[in-house]
Design a protein around this ligand. Sequence first.
Ligand SMILES: [Fe+2]
Length: 175
Amino acid sequence: MESRTSRRIKKTNEFYFKSMSVQFRKHRVFRETPSVIFYDISVDDSNASDLVVHEGPAVSPPNDVIGAKQFYIHHHQVDHNRVLSGERVFELVNFDWKFPYHIVHLNRHSGALVVPIGTYHRSTSGENGSIVINQAIRDDEFNPETEFVPVSAGNNSELYRVLVHEQPVIHELGE
Ligand SMILES: [Fe+2]
């Protein structure tokens, strides 16, 4: 029997899929006083948080041994990647989207970038690194052993084709 969490994550993912493109979950500024901003960064149904710290111009996941780009793809987790400090560029590839390749520039003002289930993704930091919190939604079948296995464009021909032949949609800061 499917659990409530699994049904909810399926519904959330279907909603993101129908939009067929890049989505953000915006924060709300609760209060702003001199030198202080107080945000509400809640994400509905988020039941896990990962913190990913890049201490310099790092890449997650790193390129493979022959220098081909690698990506993560989740089967039981929707990501909401929110930059807390610095700048991070995400590359997203989703074969079901009208425009399958997106490059998204993020900083603290961008809100959380949604990465639906089945979307290849990788991220690169600016010179000074960055701190990202992923306010994830995981279903009951989530298993860290299988959710974080990098896929190389060097041995995935469809991914390779998109990276080489599709023009990326670029999302600059502030869009
Ligand atoms: Fe992820």
